[in-house]
Design a protein around this ligand. Structure first.
Ligand code: ADP
Ligand code: MG
Length: 580
C-alpha cells in the first residue's frame, strides 16, 4: 500500500525534486533525470544508467563519485524517453564517450538504443551493456532475454570503477559485459506493489503463499509455494543460483559477492535471518564470501520480497569492486570529495533556435501542421476505445499515451511552423515531443515513425509522392529495427507493413499520392482488424497472451485509424489545389 501522494500523476516528478533537495551534495537535477554535482575530469568515460522510477535506490540513488555519472529517470515503472537518455548523456559526456547500462526491459531497450544511435550519429561514441541477471526470466540458452534486477548494482559499479580508473570506452564495455555475465539473481515475493493513487496492487500473491521468480513490475513468476521458513528460503535461493555457475568459474575457492536485496517492504531483520543461512550454505559449498551486501538496492515500490544475487569475481572485477563510492544511497570505503561542479545543462532541442525552411517547404509545413491536428482529433475521438482494448491484455494506457503524445507533437509542430520551420524540422520537432511525452512503447515508436518520415521531407522544396513513400518505408524499418517485432507478432507492425508495401507499390505503379495513400490505408485497416485472431508475442501483452485473442492489437488499430484520417486530409488538400 502506498499512502502518501499529492497528484498521482506528479508523484515521480515530486519524488525526484525531494530526492535532489535531500542530496544536493551528490546530485543535481537536469533535463531527463539527475547527474553528479561534482567535477568529473575531461577524458573520463561517462556512465549513464536509468529506467523507470519506483525502484529506489535504482536509479538516481546510484549517481555519485565512484558510481554513475548520471541517471535518466522515467515515470513510475515507465522507461525514460529517448530524449531523456540523450539529454543526460550529453550533459555528462567528457569527450571520452558514453557507456549506457540498464535492466533489460523492452521499453528501456527501445529508448536507450534510439538515444545511442543519436549520440553516435553526432560523434559521441556510445556503447551499451544491458543487465540480464534474473535467472527466472528466461532459460540459460536465451540469457540475452533475461530481465535485470538487483544485478544492476554490480554492472554499474564495475563500469563506473573502470571509467574512474581511466579505462577507455571499449574497455569499460568489455569489463561491464564480463560483470553482467558473472552476475546471477533469483527472487521471490509475498505481496504485490501498489502505485500511488492506484486502487489495487498490480498483482497479488495469496496469503501464506510465495511467488517464485516473478519480476519487479509484477511480471509473472515461474512457480508458487507455501511460504517456507527463513532457512528454507535461503536453501531455495542458494540451490537455484548454484545450479547455474557462470562459464570459467571454478566453484572450489571461488570468490563471490552475495547481495541479498529487499524489494521494498521486507524488514532488514528478516533478511538478516535469511542471510545467516545463505552465508552458511555458500561457505559449505566452498565459496569465499567477499563484501556481502544485505539491504535495498533495487526495489519495486512496496512489494514484499527479496532476491539473492551472486557476483562471481575474478581479479580484475574484485579490484574494481573494491574502489570507494559516495552516492546518495550507496557508500563504500572513503572517497576523496571532488569539488562541486557548475553543471552545464544541455538545452533540450526544442529550446534551440529554428533555421527557417524555404517558402515551398514552409507551405508543406502547413500541411504537416494540419496532419498533426488530424492525428490529435483522431486520437481524441478514439481515446476510450484504445484504452479499453489495451486493458484486455496490456496496461490500458494506449489511449491516454497516444493522447499525450499527439497533443505534445501538435504543440511542438505549431511552435516550429510559427517560427518559420520547413517541413522536416517541423515534423522532427513534433516527433521528439511525441516520444518525450507519450511514455510507453508506442510513444517511442511513434517518435521513430515521425522522425523517419520527417527526414524525407526536407526543409527546401516540395517532396514528391516517392519521397513520402520512401519516408514511410524508412519508418517501418525503423520500428522493426528498434522494436524487433515481425509481422504476425500482434503489434502495430502488422498494420505498418501492409500499409507501406501497398503505398510503395501504388506509387511505383504511377498512382497519385492521394490514391496510393487511400488504398494503403484500407490495407492497414483490414490488417489491423485481422490482428484480433493473433496471439501477442511482443510487448507487455505477451505475458497475458490468451486474453488478447478476439481483440485487435491497440497499436495496429490506432495506426489504421490515423492513416485513414490522414488519407481524407490528403484528398481534401489536393481537391483544394485542383479547384484553385
Ligand atoms: P505500452 O505497451 O508500453 O503500455 P502502449 O500501450 O502505448 O505502450 O502501446 C501498446 C502498443 O505498442 C501495442 O498494441 C503494440 O502495437 C505496440 N508495441 C508494443 N511492443 C512493440 C514492439 N516491440 N514493436 C512494435 N510495436 C509494439
Ligand atoms: Mg499500454
Amino acid at each position: 500500500m502506498t499512502r502518501l501522494w499529492n497528484e498521482p500523476a506528479d508523484f515521480a516528478d515530486e519524488m525526484i525534486d525531494g530526492f535532489v533537495a535531500a542530496n544536493a551534495r551528490s546530485v543535481r537535477r537536469v533535463t531527463g533525470g539527475v547527474v553528479r554535482s561534482t567535477v568529473v575530469p575531461e577524458g573520463q568515460v561517462a556512465v549513464v544508467v536509468g529506467g523507470g522510477s519506483g525502484h529506489y535506490p535504482a536509479f538516481g540513488g546510484l549517481v555519485g563519485q565512484g558510481l554513475a555519472h548520471g541517471a535518466a529517470m522515467g515515470n513510475l515503472f515507465a522507461s525514460p524517453s529517448t530524449q531523456q537518455v540523450y539529454a543526460i548523456a550529453k550533459t555528462v559526456d567528457r569527450g571520452a564517450g558514453v557507456f549506457l547500462s540498464y535492466g533489460n526491459y523492452a521499453g528501456d531497450v527501445l529508448n536507450f538504443d534510439a538515444a545511442q544511435d543519436r549520440l553516435n550519429a553526432e560523434g559521441i561514441r556510445t556503447q551499451t551493456v544491458t543487465v540480464t541477471d534474473d535467472v527466472a526470466s528466461a532459460s540459460l540458452a536465451e540469457k540475452h532475454k533475461r530481465r535485470g534486477i538487483a544485478g544492476d548494482l554490480t554492472v554499474f559499479r564495475t563500469a563506473a570503477a573502470a571509467a574512474e580508473a581511466g579505462y577507455d570506452l571499449d574497455e569499460v564495455t568489455r569489463v561491464a559485459a564480463l560483470a553482467n555475465e558473472r552476475t546471477r539473481s533469483f527472487g521471490v515475493a509475498f505481496t504485490g506493489c501498489t502505485l500511488p493513487g492506484a486502487p489495487a496492487p498490480l498483482f497479488t500473491v495469496p496469503a501464506g503463499r510465495m511467488a517464485i521468480g516473478l519480476g519487479i513490475h509484477g511480471e509473472p513468476g515461474i512457480d508458487e509455494t507455501d511460504i517456507p521458513t527463513a532457512d528454507g528460503l535461503a536453501e531455495l535461493l542458494v540451490d537455484r543460483l548454484l545450479a547455474e555457475i557462470p562459464d570459467g568459474v571454478d566453484v572450489a575457492g571461488a570468490r563471490v559477492v552475495p547481495i541479498l536485496n529487499g524489494l521494498g517492504a521486507l524488514k532488514y531483520e528478516e533478511m538478516f535471518v535469511v542471510y545467516r543461512r545463505i552465508a552458511q550454505l555458500l561457505e559449505a559449498a566452498g565459496l569465499v564470501l567477499v563484501d556481502p551486501h544485505v539491504g535495498e538496492y533495487c526495489t519495486s515500490f512496496d512489494m514484499a520480497g527479496t532476491s539473492l544475487t551472486l557476483f562471481w569475481l575474478d581479479d580484475e572485477l574484485e579490484r574494481l569492486w573494491e574502489t570507494p563510492v559516495d552516492a546518495p544511497a550507496y557508500r563504500r570505503g572513503s572517497v576523496v570529495p571532488a569539488a562541486q561542479a557548475d553543471v552545464v545543462e544541455v538545452a533540450a532541442e526544442t529550446d534551440t533556435e529554428i533555421t527557417p525552411g524555404d517558402a515551398a517547404s514552409q507551405g508543406v509545413a502547413q500541411t504537416v501542421r494540419q496532419a498533426l491536428q488530424v492525428l490529435v482529433d483522431t486520437v481524441d475521438t478514439h481515446v476510450d476505445e484504445l484504452g479499453r482494448i489495451d486493458a484486455i491484455a496490456g496496461d490500458g494506457d494506449h489511449g491516454i499515451g497516444m493522447q499525450r503524445g499527439s497533443h505534445a507533437a501538435l504543440d511542438a509542430g505549431i511552435r516550429a511552423v510559427d517560427a518559420g520551420a520547413g517541413a522536416q524540422t517541423a515534423l522532427a520537432r513534433a516527433a521528439d515531443a511525441w516520444s518525450d511525452r507519450a511514455g510507453g512503447t508506442s510513444g517511442a515508436l511513434w517518435g521513430v515513425i515521425l522522425r523517419a518520415v520527417a527526414a524525407r521531407l526536407g526543409d527546401a522544396g516540395r517532396p514528391d509522392a516517392a519521397a513520402v513513400a520512401a519516408g514511410v518505408d524508412a519508418a517501418v524499418r525503423g520500428v522493426q529495427s528498434y522494436g524487433k517485432a515481425e509481422v504476425g507478432d500482434k503489434t502495430m507492425v502488422d498494420a505498418l507493413v501492409p500499409f507501406t508495401t501497398t503505398l510503395t507499390d501504388a506509387v511505383d505503379g504511377g498512382a497519385t499520392l492521394v490514391a496510393a495513400w487511400t488504398t494503403a490505408a484500407d490495407a492497414a485497416t483490414r490488417a489491423a482488424a485481422a490482428t484480433a485472431d493473433l496471439l501477442p508475442k511482443m510487448g507487455r501483452a505477451r505475458t497475458h497472451g490468451e486474453h488478447a485473442v478476439g481483440t485487435p492489437d491497440p497499436g495496429a488499430t490506432s495506426f489504421a485509424l490515423i492513416v485513414t484520417a490522414l488519407g481524407e486530409l490528403l484528398a481534401d488538400t489536393s481537391n483544394d489545389k485542383d479547384n484553385s
